[in-house]
Design a protein around this ligand. Structure first.
Ligand SMILES: O=c1ccn([C@@H]2O[C@H](COP(=O)(O)O)[C@@H](O)[C@H]2O)c(=O)[nH]1
Length: 232
C-alpha cells in the first residue's frame, strides 16, 4: 500500500524564515505541512501563501474554540486562505462545530474540517483534573461521535484510539494523529504516543510529526527514515 503524503510535518518554528528553510527542502509529493499557533501568529497569511507557492498542501492547526458565531467566522476566514485542512476543538460543542462547517461553506473553498478530541499530551489524570469522569478512550469516542453528528470530516486523536474509532466510523472519516514517535525518540510533552508504523496499522489517515523531524540534526534525513520505515 502507498503511504505517500500520509505524513504531515509540523512546522513548529518561531518565524517564517525557519519554516520556509525546511519546507523548501521537502517534496510536496511526499508529505504535507502543518502550521500551528506559534508560526501563524508570528507570520500570518503570507506564510500560507509562501508554502502554497512551494507546492505544499497546508493543515492550518489553529484549533478554534469559541462561541459559534466567532468560530464560524474564523473558519470562514481560514478557509479563504486555501488551506487543505483546518480544525476546531470538539469540546466547543455541536452548535460550534456546525457553525464552523457553515463558515467553511460560505468561503466557497472545500478544506477538510476536523475536530480535536482529547489532546495527545493529556493522560487519564489530566482528563480527570478537568472534571471529566470518562476514560480517555471513552471521551475520544464521545467527542468523535459529536464531530460526526455535526457533519465534520474527521478528528484529531492519538493513534492509540485509531483502531477503536476505525471500527465505529466510515473509512472516509479522517483520523489525524499527532503524538507520533519513532521507537527511540524523546516523548517531549506527549503522553499518548504511537510509532509511525503502528499508527498506520491502527488505521490512522495522517501522521502529524514535528520534533522528531524538526529537532533532528538532519531533519530531511529524519523524515526520509520515517518514510522508509512506513513504506517497508
Ligand atoms: O492533540 C494534539 C493536537 C495537536 N498537536 C500538534 O501536533 C504537533 C505535534 O508535534 P510533535 O513535535 O511531534 O509532538 C504539534 O504542532 C502540536 O501542536 C498535538 O501534538 N496533539
Amino acid at each position: 500500500m502507498s503511504h505517500d503524503r500520509k505524513i504531515v510535518v509540523a512546522l513548529d518554528y518561531a518565524d517564517a524564515a525557519s519554516a520556509l528553510a525546511l519546507a523548501s527542502q521537502l517534496d510536496p509529493r511526499l508529505c504535507r505541512v502543518k502550521v500551528g499557533k506559534e508560526l501563524f501568529t508570528a507570520s500570518g497569511p503570507q506564510l500560507i501563501e509562501a508554502l502554497h507557492k512551494l507546492g505544499h498542501q497546508v493543515f492550518l492547526d489553529l484549533k478554534f474554540h469559541d462561541i459559534p458565531t466567532t468560530a464560524g467566522k474564523a473558519c470562514e476566514a481560514a478557509s479563504r486562505l486555501g488551506v487543505w485542512m483546518l480544525n476546531v476543538h470538539a469540546s466547543g460543542g455541536i452548535a460550534m462545530m456546525q457553525a464552523a462547517r457553515e463558515g467553511v461553506l460560505r468561503s466557497g473553498q472545500s478544506p477538510l474540517l476536523i475536530a480535536v478530541t482529547v489532546l495527545t499530551s493529556m493522560d487519564q489524570d489530566g482528563l480527570k483534573a478537568l472534571g471529566v469522569q470518562r476514560s480517555v478512550v471513552e471521551q475520544v469516542a464521545h467527542l468523535a461521535g459529536m464531530t460526526q453528528q455535526a457533519g465534520l470530516d474527521g478528528v484529531v486523536c492519538s493513534a492509540q484510539e485509531a483502531a477503536m474509532l476505525r471500527a465505529q466510523h466510515d473509512a472516509d472519516f479522517c483520523l489525524v494523529t499527532p503524538g507520533i514517535r519513532p521507537a527511540d525518540a524523546s516523548l517531549d510533552d506527549q503522553s499518548r504516543v504511537v510509532t509511525p508504523q503502528q499508527a498506520l496499522r491502527n488505521g490512522a489517515s495522517y501522521l502529524v510529526i514535528g520534533r522528531p523531524i524538526t529537532k533532528a540534526a538532519d531533519p530531511l534525513l529524519a523524515l526520509q527514515t520515517i518514510q522508509a520505515g512506513i513504506a517497508a
